[in-house]
Design a protein around this ligand. Structure first.
Ligand SMILES: Nc1ncnc2c1ncn2[C@@H]1O[C@H](COP(=O)(O)OP(=O)(O)O)[C@@H](O)[C@H]1O
Ligand SMILES: [Mg+2]
Length: 758
């Protein structure tokens, strides 16, 4: 390798488009094409002072001291490639980014290198893409070169969208399809905030398997990298599955009945009356090239296996990647255990060979992210190799150890881990079983925490779906943690890799990896604080839902509050489940469910929502209250929308029975904002109207001078009305009677302004 520039450099990646196709079509002549391509690029890049860092597959990786020279070299390289006489069209994509990567014995590492390579991957053959920094630094360009703004794009493994630019120059292609970014293909792959390392073989394998087999199951113990690998495989296949790649986390579900609804919700299939949701999902997937990723299948192995089996039998083009501690054992499945990352032998590996091992690369990436001064040196290389070997190349264990480099030199980390593992095996030479490695490393990392950090760490375990800062503050504070310090403690846990912070959206979210969360949950149970923490969490969500619900039908606010509930849905499910399971919590559960049914209705979680409502109605049997009346109404409406009319009318009848016993004045709660009320009340009527059963009764209330007076919250009235409409809408009932019985007592008052409400 030539002397590498240090400090600020411009990194250039190149890659041949469609190399497998070229190889297939050219056979033996491909080698020559590859060679010519390299020669032309090397000549152009060398002439502009670039140094070659690496040859990556069919592409090249160069570094330039100046952004302008790099950009001109890319243009000249493309022009030279364009002039060459190829046996078949050869197009090369190029990506440029300027940054300050760290140089190590074998080249550059760090986020800037990934960024440059991801930018290259987003380009099409013949296209030059540059990052914002490169564009800003490449001044003084000749007049015929123009830099075109392509806007922001989300690239794989990069925490924030990148602002990208295309270089236009004479003789270069100008027109390209949309960039190969995550935004250009329908998918819901979770954004990854850290760099990805290695696994080329596993990814290549997976692609080959999925070309013929419908189901690939990645197995292995927690922390070995199943989820990350599945996401990475899916990301590599975005081009092939252009009708959608959908990620479904089954680990957060509490009930086998929710597997199919969770899939429906991920692919955006709304339930329709009278048709089982599984059928709708199949209808949607049949004939489409879609890849689904089912994460954490072990959690609900049997129902998941059955569902995947049905889907694959009915949808020929569907492909599935599953992650699980064990295989699904269904036809068409290929099981691939996920190996640990490759590890060096600390006794024999030479320091400058170390970075070819995946575990070393991961450790270095994370250590440098934790402490910008961190470097691998001749002195510490052996200790790093020892850590990687000790931790068996288990990625999560490596991340936990690397996060400590800020406070401890690697030699000390190695020694302490050694002590711990020796306790287990009685010898430093015998290796600990792999499933024990992670557990021991988490233990070690946990032992190093302060009291307040431990308390927040274990309490966070109640958030299966991650926590906003406010939620964490409300639920995790309490002795020994002062509420004002929660944010600070969260940041310290993030620094120690025991917590992941996603701060890119306008609201920060904190989440524990599933394996870490399970560990934290055990600590929480041990501490005897589980019940208190769960009740605090429940109270927080009851309050949040109570605040959100009145906003559902209020224009702009409704989007925001529905979105908030959607983000919290996994946590809400867990809280509901706990309220069902835990004696004495039914009432609060009922209240929560009552506040959620409109959300379930609007977001199409009909069968799941109905199941929760009915569960809570059952466990509160005998209670006469407006709350239960409302929950009956909700269950009735969801049943109605699911096409179960018989059940809907029974449920509405129950609701009516409970309403009958109540004071009419209470039903016609005064409305402060007549305008808003009108909108709110019409929303659900039209929603139900669109399913085709409504029109007669649905129209009637509009002509009925239904009025309320005085200040106050119109929400109560609207809720009752929804219930009454829901009742009125079931065909078995005579609408006149409904109006007489239900609307009449609600209607008699006139507003002071005398405006009709509906
Ligand atoms: N190849 C890899 N490159 C970078 N990070 C990885 C890699 N594999 C796993 N990780 C990281 O290690 C941690 C554990 O991986 P994860 O996929 O959650 O494991 P599992 O699903 O098997 O429990 C995560 O933080 C993940 O991002
Ligand atoms: Mg996982």
């Amino acid at each position: 390798m030539a002397n590498l520039a240090t400090g600020t450099v411009t990194l250039v990646f190149t890659d041949i488009e469609g190399s497998t196709r070229l190889l297939r079509e050219l056979g033996g002549r491909y080698e020559q094409v590859l060679e010519d391509q390299r020669r032309l690029i090397r000549a152009a890049f060398g002439a502009r002072n670039g140094s070659e860092v690496d040859t990556a597959g069919d592409g090249l990786f160069y570094a330039f001291p100046r952004a302008r020279e790099a950009l001109l070299a890319a243009v000249e390289g493309q022009q030279a490639l364009g002039r060459h006489d190829w046996p078949l069209p050869v197009r090369v994509r190029m990506g440029l980014h300027t940054g300050e990567p760290m140089s190590s014995a074998t080249g550059f590492v760090g986020l800037d290198v990934h960024r440059a390579s991801r930018i290259c991957a987003a380009a099409h053959g013949g296209q030059i893409l540059v990052s914002q920094t490169t564009r800003d630094l490449a001044s003084d360009l000749p007049g015929e070169i123009v830099v075109l703004d392509l806007g922001e794009h989300t690239l794989k493994d990069l925490p924030a969208p990148e602002h990208l630019f295309q270089v236009l120059a004479p003789d270069l292609l100008r027109e390209f399809p949309p960039l190969r970014s995550l935004d250009s293909r329908p998918n819901n792959l979770p954004r990854q905030l850290t760099t990805f390392v290695g696994r080329e073989r596993e990814i290549g394998d997976a692609k080959r398997i999925l070309a013929s087999a419908p189901l690939l199951t990645l197995t292995g113990p927690g922390g070995v990298g199943k989820t990350r690998l599945a996401i990475e495989i899916a990301g590599e296949l975005l081009d092939e599955f252009d009708e959608g790649i959908w990620f479904v986390d089954l680990g957060v579900l509490t009930d086998p009945d929710f597997v199919v609804p969770a899939i429906a919700s991920a692919i955006g299939v709304m339930p329709a009356p009278g048709q089982p949701i599984l059928e709708r999902v199949i209808d949607h997937l049949r004939g489409r090239r879609v890849l689904m990723v089912f994460d954490n299948c072990e959690h609900l192995l049997d129902p998941t296996a059955r569902t995947v089996d049905t889907l694959l039998r009915s949808c020929r083009l569907l492909r599935v990647v599953a992650t699980s501690r064990e295989g699904l054992a269904i036809a068409g499945e290929t099981v691939r255990p996920v190996p640990s990352l490759s590890v060096p032998d600390p006794e024999t590996a030479a320091p400058d060979e170390l970075s070819q091992y995946e575990s070393i690369r991961l450790f270095l990436e994370r250590a440098m992210a934790a402490s910008s001064e961190f470097r691998i040196t001749d002195r510490n290389a052996a200790a790093i190799a020892q850590i990687c070997r000790r931790l068996d190349g288990v990625p999560l264990a490596l991340e936990l150890a690397a996060a400590r480099v800020r406070a401890l030199p690697v030699e000390q980390i190695a020694a302490r881990l050694d002590d711990r593992f020796r306790l287990l095996t009685g010898s430093s030479r015998i290796s600990v079983p792999r499933h024990q490695t992670l557990r021991q490393t988490i233990d070690w990392s946990h032992d190093l925490l302060g009291e307040d950090e431990r308390a927040v760490f274990r309490r966070l375990a109640v958030f299966v779906g991650g926590a906003s800062l406010e939620a964490a503050e409300a639920v995790c504070a309490g002795p020994p943690v002062d509420p004002d310090t929660v944010l600070d403690v969260l940041s310290r846990l993030v620094d120690k890799s025991l917590l992941v912070a996603d701060t890119e959206e306008n609201e920060a979210r904190y989440r524990q990896l599933e394996t870490v969360r399970q560990y934290a949950r055990d600590r929480l149970v041990e501490s005897g604080e589980a019940r208190d923490t769960l009740s605090r969490q429940r109270d927080w969500y009851v309050a949040m839902v109570a605040q959100a619900e009145p906003e559902f039908f209020r224009g702009v606010e409704s989007g925001a509050s529905l979105g908030r509930l959607d983000r919290e849905h996994d946590n809400l499910r867990a809280v509901l489940q706990w309220s069902l399971d835990e004696p004495g919590q039914e009432r609060q559960g009922l209240q929560l469910a009552a506040g959620l049914w409109r959300f379930w209705e609007i977001h199409g979680h009909l069968s799941e929502g109905r199941a929760w409502l009915e569960h809570f109605l059952n466990v509160t049997e005998g209670e006469v209250s407006a709350l239960r009346a409302d929950v009956y109404t909700g269950a009735g409406i969801l049943a109605f929308m699911l096409g179960d009319q018989a059940a809907a009318s029974v449920l509405h009848e129950r609701s009516l029975e409970l309403h009958r016993g109540r004071d009419p004045g209470q039903i016609a709660e005064p409305a402060a904002d007549l305008q808003a009320l009108q909108v709110e009340a019409l929303g659900p009527i039209e929603l139900i109207g669109s399913s085709g059963h409504v029109t007669e009764v649905g129209q009637r209330p509009r002509n009925t001078p239904l009025v309320a007076d005085g200040p106050g919250d119109g929400q109560g009235l609207v809720q009752e009305l929804c219930g009454l409409f829901g009742f009125a809408l079931t065909p078995e009932h005579d609408s006149q009677a409904v109006e007489r019985e239900c609307l009449a007592p609600a209607v008699p008052r006139r507003s002071k302004r005398g405006d009709p409400l509906l």
